[in-house]
Design a protein around this ligand. Structure first.
Ligand SMILES: [Zn+2]
Length: 320
């Protein structure tokens, strides 16, 4: 139930953040259509959406089912982590990690829905993930996991984006993915980052094939031939490299307090609300962030098994 209530807050984050609206102003929730202030009956997680029939009680406009799903998914994931860290695998020592994983899961659910729809991952959320990794290291004194995970998360994704840009002449990875895995790695540690990436590639591939299948079926049914799109100008290689390095040094998080820092480096940041943004992704473009987020959630739920497996593989590799 607490997870579902957090999901209710995430719906606010998912709606407001890409539109550059303040999370705290207005403090009350409102209908995006008629701006009517929502009352108590509209704010009960899960039940409000169900009992209102998915419509605004005031103007009758349809409320996207996303509001319901985000609450249900967040509630379900919190229950799952609760089960693993507080019931099934209770060791008396890792419950704090369970709490950190719950908070990280909430951030990842927001990332799945924001990146899936708008192709962006807000810097605030990536900063929050890194904050969680850092705070847990302070609590556990396990700075090795933090440092190697940070390095692995940032390094792997930076390498993919840099080599992909050189090899294919296209932007292989969004900047947000590099920043996100830096934070996820710092909390999960290096070996789980590798599992995360594997899960992301497999689920990404499966869903991409499904989406492409649906698209080509629709095109055939409607008798449209998919348009050849002009290739978009990829980011210059030098910029991919320099920006990637700035993410290692957390310039993107510093920029949350000092927005001018990228301007000083010669990279003015164009903070623009998705509603004013004219950029349209290529039809073939798919965000990778949601799959990385799904992979991270899988790693949190199956941490015991995956860590055991990773140790077995490492021992076999080192020949002992
Ligand atoms: Zn309304």
């Amino acid at each position: 139930m607490i997870g579902a209530a957090i999901g209710s807050f995430l719906n606010v984050v998912i709606y407001r953040m890409p539109r550059l609206l303040s999370l705290g102003d207005p403090k009350h929730s409102f209908c995006p259509n008629c701006k009517h202030r929502l009352g108590m009956a509209d704010l009960v997680p899960l039940f409000s959406w169900l009992t209102s029939g998915g419509k605004c009680r005031h103007c009758g406009e349809k409320v996207p089912s996303r509001y319901f799903w985000v609450e249900l998914i967040t509630g379900g994931l919190w229950a799952g982590i609760w089960y693993r860290y507080f019931c099934a695998d209770w060791t008396g020592s890792e419950w704090m990690l369970g709490i950190f994983f719950m908070l990280a899961t909430a951030a990842l659910v927001a990332i799945i829905f924001i990146d899936g729809e708008h192709f962006i991952i807000p810097d605030e959320i990536n900063g929050f993930l890194l904050f969680l990794g850092f705070a847990y290291a302070v609590y556990s004194h396990d700075w090795k996991t933090f440092a190697f995970g940070y390095l692995m998360g940032w390094g792997l994704l930076f390498l993919i984006s840099f080599l992909g840009r050189i090899g294919f002449g296209k932007d292989a990875m969004g900047d947000g993915d590099v920043k996100m895995m830096r934070g996820i790695g710092s909390l999960l540690g290096p070996s789980l980052v590798v599992f995360d990436l594997m899960v992301a590639v497999v689920t990404g591939l499966v869903f991409t094939l499904i989406f492409m299948g649906i698209q080509s079926y629709r095109d055939k049914k409607n008798g449209v031939t998919p348009e050849e799109e002009p290739d978009q100008e990829p980011t210059p290689i030098k910029d991919v490299f320099i920006l990637g390095v700035t993410y290692f040094f957390c310039f993107d998080i510093i920029a949350l307090w000092w927005p001018g820092i990228y301007e000083k480096l010669g990279y003015p940041m164009d903070d623009v609300s998705v509603e004013d943004d004219t950029w349209v992704p290529e039809a073939t473009a798919l965000p990778f962030g949601p799959y990385l987020a799904i992979g991270a959630i899988v790693c949190m739920l199956l941490r015991t098994e995956l860590t055991h497996y990773a140790n077995t593989v490492l021992q076999a590799l080192s020949g002992s």
